[in-house]
Ligand binder design. Structure first.
Ligand code: TXA
Ligand code: MG
Length: 348
């Protein structure tokens, strides 16, 4: 299949491109589109045959459910069976935006897209292109991140093409995603709201609105043997470049990484470091990639997946990464870094 690529500006959305893309979705095809978090791979979320194509194109395990995307609040009632009272406050505060909520599903939502669960994940993205596309299609749009399963989520159109060119009908190229990390997932079907995946809507922000907020232990990789994460997607090794990734923390971080980089250089191997602007000039060997200003977590989050993908383009074999605090968006950044590293952490 040939993947048609159409450039589209956030500021001047080309109506014809949106209509062509919406037509593909209505006919059961696949369209990758920009959102404020990462690029999504969209299909008609009420059509299990169309959603099956998403699983095939991504190589995604069939037990991993999809998020349904809406373009207005009144589209929610069609796909969920009830809306808990606390959800109203949360939606008012954070929708449209980088927050996915889990509800009990309505009967029209096929079980093939919910991984067999009676719940459904719903997101109302704020990106104008995503909003225009969902509106024009007139359907809830199922959209996982538009990467091959296991690869870092795509934050640029070039990332989508690297993974899915020839496997999808269309890509709307809307430039770089501003958040760069997937949405926060909040489960509203238990006794208290629980974060299943941290994102740019942080635990602190949610607590301001709804008081108590739990965090699934899987977010920190703290699962007992036999315990499963509540978001099935969180169990897969993810976000990983082909290189081995090792996280390093403690007062001797720079010295430790420099020593390792020198060793690898001596062995003729391609090693690198993922650093921040504050430390990047202190690394003396190997390839140095900076995520940006350590004090600006939004910037670090927005560049993380691009930098992980660069590790592959540069054919690195081993990559050391600096760590960040868990406050605010740091929780989301560290969650993705820990997963990319397969939970390998060195304390110096
Ligand atoms: O920012 C985002 O959320 C992006 C953009 C495109 O909207 N989408 C995204 O989708 O990251 P995906 O499929 O890559 O990740 C969805 C996550 C998976 O971990 C999945 O297991 C979880 O959401 N999920 C979906 N439905 C669920 C449900 N009913 N219960 C628990 N977890 C669910
Ligand atoms: Mg994904």
């Amino acid at each position: 299949m040939k993947t048609v690529v159409e450039k589209i500006k956030e500021s001047a959305i080309e109506e014809d491109s949106i209509l062509r893309a919406a037509g593909i979705l209505q006919r059961g095809g696949l369209v990758a589109f920009p959102t404020e978090t990462v690029y999504g791979l969209g299909a008609n979320g009420l059509d299990s045959a169309a959603c099956k194509k998403i699983y095939e194109a991504k190589g995604r395990p069939s037990d991993n459910p999809l998020i349904l995307h809406i373009s207005a609040l009144d589209e929610l009632e069609r796909i969920v069976s009830s809306v808990p009272a606390e959800a109203e406050k949360i939606m008012e505060a954070f929708w449209p935006g980088p927050l996915t909520l889990i509800f009990s599903k309505a009967a029209c939502v096929p079980k093939e897209i919910t991984g067999g669960f009676e719940t459904v994940a719903v997101r109302f993205p704020s990106h104008p292109v995503a909003n225009a596309l969902i509106k024009a299609a007139g359907l809830p749009i199922a959209a996982p991140s538009a990467n091959r399963s296991g690869r870092p989520s795509p934050t640029r159109a070039s990332h989508v093409l690297a993974d899915l060119d020839g496997r999808i009908d269309m890509l709307l190229d809307g430039g770089s995603a501003c958040v760069g990390l997937e949405s926060t997932i909040l489960d509203l079907t238990g006794e208290a709201p629980m974060i299943l995946r941290p994102g740019a809507v942080t635990k602190e922000m949610l607590m301001d609105i709804c008081g108590e907020v739990l965090v699934d232990p899987a977010v920190y990789g703290h699962l007992e043997p036999g315990q499963k994460p509540k978001a099935p997607g969180m169990k897969y090794t993810h976000y990983s470049p082909k290189a081995e990734v090792v996280l390093v923390q403690g007062p001797q971080t720079v010295e430790y990484i420099n020593a390792r980089l020198l060793e690898w250089k001596g062995l003729g191997r391609r090693a690198g470091v993922i650093a921040a602007d504050q430390t990047k000039n202190r690394y003396l060997h190997g390839v140095v990639l900076s995520l940006g200003d350590r004090e600006n977590l939004e910037q670090i989050g927005a560049s993380l997946f691009h930098v992980l993908r660069q590790c592959d383009c540069l054919e690195l074999e081993i990559v050391y990464a600096e760590m960040f605090g868990e406050a605010g968006e740091g929780a989301a950044i560290m969650n993705r870094l820990r997963k990319a590293a397969g939970y390998q952490i060195v304390n110096t």
